[in-house]
Design a protein. Structure first.
Length: 219
């Protein structure tokens, strides 16, 4: 659900649906056994998404302590997508963004990072999302670097894109782990990801998807 304005060209975060409208959408989704993510760049939209009962809240900045506490209480998953605004600003020429728009993206990213840091300290469960679009594919895992910078251990950061990622999708019985009955989606890296998250970002050497090897750079 598009709960507030917010895109590469516009980081205003103005709420686009009221709390009552969000609650109606959440209740309708859950009545059909569905999960619901609410996109919200702004604090008011983020607050209302949490109290409406969203499964995940995407992007939101400036969430106050009470909202973060409620997220932890409800097990609402926060998907901050810190890195995608780095991407938009870095490739501003490709998107024909002005210098002012790029500066706004940089400013938003700082607020995004700070909100994510506070959320982590408040015990909010966090997921790795990238909002990967256009030619950002392949840079998705850079989000993990931000998570480590804000205070997570590499293992905690990896969980955001594996076990918690599977939980976000409602697929935690088949995805996110290396175990019997799970999809054999596995990567091998050069280095120890539990001591250096950068090996996941830069040193993937081998990829298995659904039990089939699709990338092999070990030879």
């Amino acid at each position: 659900m598009y709960g507030s304005t917010g895109s590469g060209a516009d980081v205003t975060g103005n709420e686009t649906f009221s709390f009552d409208e969000m609650k109606a959408a959440v209740d309708a989704a859950k009545s059909f056994g569905k999960r619901i993510a609410i996109h919200s760049y702004g604090p008011q939209g983020g607050h209302d998404a949490v109290f409406a009962g969203a499964t995940t809240v995407e992007h939101a900045i400036g969430l106050d302590d009470a909202t973060l506490a409620e997220m932890a209480k409800r097990n609402t998953i926060y998907v901050p997508t810190i890195d995608h605004n780095r991407y938009y600003a870095e490739y501003k020429t490709d998107f024909r963004y002005t210098d002012q728009q790029a500066a706004a993206l940089d400013s938003f990213r700082l607020l995004n990072f700070e909100t994510a840091r506070r959320a982590f300290r408040a015990g909010v469960k966090m997921g790795m999302g990238s909002d990967a679009v256009f030619h950002m594919f392949g840079q998705n895992t850079r989000e993990l670097g931000w998570f480590v910078k804000l205070g997570m251990t590499p293992a905690q950061a990896l969980a955001t894109g594996t076990t918690i990622g599977a939980e976000i999708l409602g697929k935690d019985a088949t995805l996110g782990k290396i175990a019997p009955g799970y999809f054999a989606d596995i990567v091998a890296v050069d280095g120890n990801p539990l001591s250096d998250i950068n090996v996941v970002l830069n040193n993937v050497k081998w990829v298995m998807k659904g039990g089939l090897v699709v990338v092999d750079r070990t030879k």
